[in-house]
Design a protein around this ligand. Structure first.
Ligand code: NAD
Length: 258
């Protein structure tokens, strides 16, 4: 794995799942990390158990709120002295149907998942541009943003928006040396377990054939630490210096991005 000593990183959604695994991977590679989440109790546990390597500091944030993002990112950069990388897994997943989803559910999905991506990316861009050394922003899309998703229409639409934003931000900020990519994961996390638990038995069967059975490498969702962590380190490092504007599946072959 690449050596990230001297690399300053913010990770959102760091209290559990892929954000927590990203914190562990970055710290093990020697980076200095500020771990952010709305769930402060979960965050404290992740920071306390991150292991040896670089430094890890917890900071609360609500990625959907502009003032919260601005003050958390300013405080993080004051602590880190600079910002090289933003890893942004924070999001929510909610079920629904296209015919009945309410404006309130639609708006809360877009506030966290789409506005949150725009706000955190803009805050990272401001600090990276001021630093003058470029940077890497790693967003999180989804196979749900590539295909119809009858049991999660707002999530599907929101992830489609994250994909579009990622391409646009990459084109806009490339001249400043700032790369923007999105991971499209299929990784076993609390979000994945909770989504499955909400499904009826029929939906779980359909989910198996549409999702698990489509994973060529093992017919199962991946592990956050061993299957995702090294990819996060690669995208944070200069080894990925010529990759930007891409939707990158880390999903064992579940989807094929064209
Ligand atoms: N698990 C999968 O297989 C899968 C598949 C496709 C896409 N994704 C995407 O990958 C990313 C990570 O997913 P995960 O499975 O680790 O999710 P998770 O639910 O396990 O973790 C998400 C984290 O985001 C935090 N969060 C939620 N709202 C927030 C807010 N307003 N401000 C700050 N933090 C907030 C939560 O507290 C939580 O710690 C998400 O963007 C998700 O949509 C996951």
């Amino acid at each position: 794995m690449a050596d990230l000593q001297g690399t300053s990183i913010i990770v959102t959604g760091a209290a559990r799942g892929m954000g927590a695994a990203s914190v562990r991977a970055f710290a093990a590679a020697g980076a200095d990390v500020v771990a952010m989440d709305i769930d402060t109790a979960g965050l404290d546990h992740v920071v306390a158990t991150a292991g040896a390597g670089g430094s890890v500091t917890a900071m609360p944030v609500d990625v959907s709120a502009a003032t919260s993002v601005t003050s958390a990112f300013d405080a993080a950069v004051e602590r880190l002295t600079k910002l090289d990388v933003l890893a942004h897994p924070a999001a929510i997943q909610r079920p629904g149907s296209a015919a009945e989803i309410s404006p309130e559910d639609w708006d809360s999905m877009f506030a966290v998942t789409v506005r949150g991506t725009m706000l955190t990316n803009q805050a990272a861009f401001r600090h990276m541009k001021a630093g003058g050394r470029g940077g890497s922003i790693i967003n999180f899309g989804s196979i749900s943003g590539l295909r119809p998703e009858p049991i999660a229409p707002a999530y599907s639409a929101a992830k489609g928006a994250v994909h579009s934003w990622t391409r646009t931000a990459a084109a806009a900020w490339g001249p400043d040396g700032i790369r923007v990519n999105a991971i499209l994961p299929a990784i076993a996390t609390p979000m994945y377990e909770e989504a499955k638990a909400r499904m009826t038995e029929d939906q779980q069967q359909a989910h198996y054939w549409q999702n698990e059975a489509a994973i060529a490498l093992g017919r199962r969702y991946g592990d956050p630490d061993t299957d995702l962590g090294p990819v996060m380190v690669f995208l944070a490092s200069s080894d990925s210096r010529f990759i930007t504007g891409q939707l990158i599946p880390v999903d064992g072959g579940q989807s094929s991005v064209r």
